[in-house]
Design a protein. Structure first.
Length: 442
């Protein structure tokens, strides 16, 4: 469906050129010959996108964007600048413009490409929260997830790779938001209207995972009373997200490698080759290079998966996001619990900022949930219960394991030893939890 676009430029030929190209794309356009006229039209009408020249005689494009964004904060902006004035365009992007174009541009494809990407990006951000609700999850808004210099760089990479069909490998510690980033890539891609199918590779045994991914024919194994499509078939023309890819067994690795190379496979118990067109995004908290060297992961599969790597920094390296995320979780959980909250005391905010968050965003959400239950009104530092973990200072090489043990102990204690519920709280599979319990002797 076409979008409503306002074009503001004092150059009549430029206005006409841009309007003609965008109308050919199916959009509805209005034009304004100067900044004041553009602002009047913007205040009077809802536009999805404003394309404005930066240099105009009455109101500059930058001032127009500042004033217009106050009244219409959801409107997207693209600025046009003369070649040689790129610093002005960069300033506009820093101030909130989605992108810029340099003129003269005689190739309409450049205009089409930038407009399509900006509109697709806007639509993706609008649908991400709805997508999260459908899954029963309370994802934070994108602007919180991508707060801070390191995460802005991640977002820049995500935005660029989304427009391509490249296979993506997302790495990062547990709870850093790998699945959310995978969903953002899907929503920013040309496949956004097609299925996004997620599979936790650690949650199923080897034989079950193979049938889950590739489907099975009737009678393929005990209990297979009817043929069933696998996740790759269900995701045809869309995206498959393989979480915890480092956990898959060698036999499944072989079959996955073939899908990546040839885009075809057979169902379990079947002989017919099935072709699919899917984008594969995988994620892991393991060092797959080490897994390759140890012989646990195929080297050829690693290189097929690692076409475009995206590494997510831990929450301790994006501290700008801690308080906004904490406030987001308080707001969402307060509504869910039917409780009133007056936010955080100064001491609670300090405690949140000083803690290292080895469990990352997932741990932050769990801490806030517990604090909200314990508090009445304002959340104080003691409601967060972070002191015990922060006070211990074991040797550096054992720090992460010690904290992981503490987190697992707390989770098991809260649910009276119920491992299934503890795994849900921690956001890991029961198989992974059982392995950790055995490893740490808990």
């Amino acid at each position: 469906m076409g979008k409503s676009i306002l074009i503001v430029d004092d150059d009549e030929l430029m206005r006409s050129f841009v309007s003609t190209i965008l109308k050919e794309e199916g959009h509805r356009t209005e034009i304004a010959g100067n900044g004041r006229e553009g602002l009047a039209r913007l205040l009077d009408t809802e536009f999805d996108l404003v394309i404005t020249d930066l240099r105009m005689p009455d109101i500059s494009g930058l001032d127009l964007m500042h004033e217009g964004s106050k009244a219409k904060p959801d409107t997207r902006w693209i600025v046009i600048t003369a070649f040689g004035s790129i610093e002005n365009a960069v300033e506009a992007v820093k101030a909130g413009a989605s992108d810029y174009l340099t003129k003269p541009f005689n190739n309409p494809d450049e205009l089409r490409h930038v407009v399509r990407r900006v509109l697709r990006e806007a639509e993706a951000e609008q649908t991400i929260s709805l997508l999260a609700e459908e899954l029963g999850r309370q994802f934070p808004p994108m602007d919180m997830i991508f707060l801070g210099e390191k995460m802005r760089e991640v977002y820049r990479m995500v935005r660029e790779v989304a427009a391509t069909p490249a296979t993506v490998l997302i790495t990062g510690a547990t709870g850093t938001g790998k699945e959310l980033v995978a969903r953002v890539i899907h929503q920013l891609s040309p496949r956004q209207k097609k299925p996004f199918v997620a599979v936790n590779c650690a949650a199923l045994a080897e034989t079950l995972l193979e049938a889950e991914l590739f489907g099975h024919e009737r009678g393929a194994f005990t209990g297979a009373v009817a043929a069933r499509k696998g996740r790759f078939e269900l995701a045809d023309n869309g995206t498959v997200f393989l979480d915890e890819i480092g956990e898959i067994a060698p036999s499944v690795q072989v079959k996955l490698l073939r899908v990546l190379q040839e885009r075809e496979f057979e169902r379990v118990g079947g002989m017919k080759s099935i072709s699919v067109d899917v984008r594969v995004i995988s994620a892991t908290n393991k060092d797959l290079k080490t897994e390759v060297l140890s012989g646990r992961f195929r080297e050829d599969l690693y290189y097929r998966l690692n076409v475009f790597p995206v590494d997510l920094p831990p929450l301790s390296e994006r501290r700008e996001a801690i308080l906004p995320l904490a406030e987001f979780f308080v707001g969402k959980l307060a509504v869910a619990f039917g409780k009133k909250s007056d936010g955080f005391s100064t001491s609670a905010e300090s405690a949140l900022l000083e803690y290292d968050w080895p469990g990352n965003i997932r741990e932050l959400q769990n801490v806030i949930e517990r604090a909200l239950i314990l508090s009445s009104g304002r959340i104080e530092a003691h409601h967060l219960n972070l002191e015990k973990i922060s006070q211990t200072s074991p040797p550096a090489e054992g720090l992460l394991k010690t904290r992981e043990q503490e987190i697992i102990r707390k989770a098991l204690s809260e649910v009276k030893g119920n491992r299934k519920k503890a795994a849900e709280i921690l956001g890991i599979s029961i198989r992974t939890l059982q392995y950790r319990v055995k490893e740490y002797g808990l």
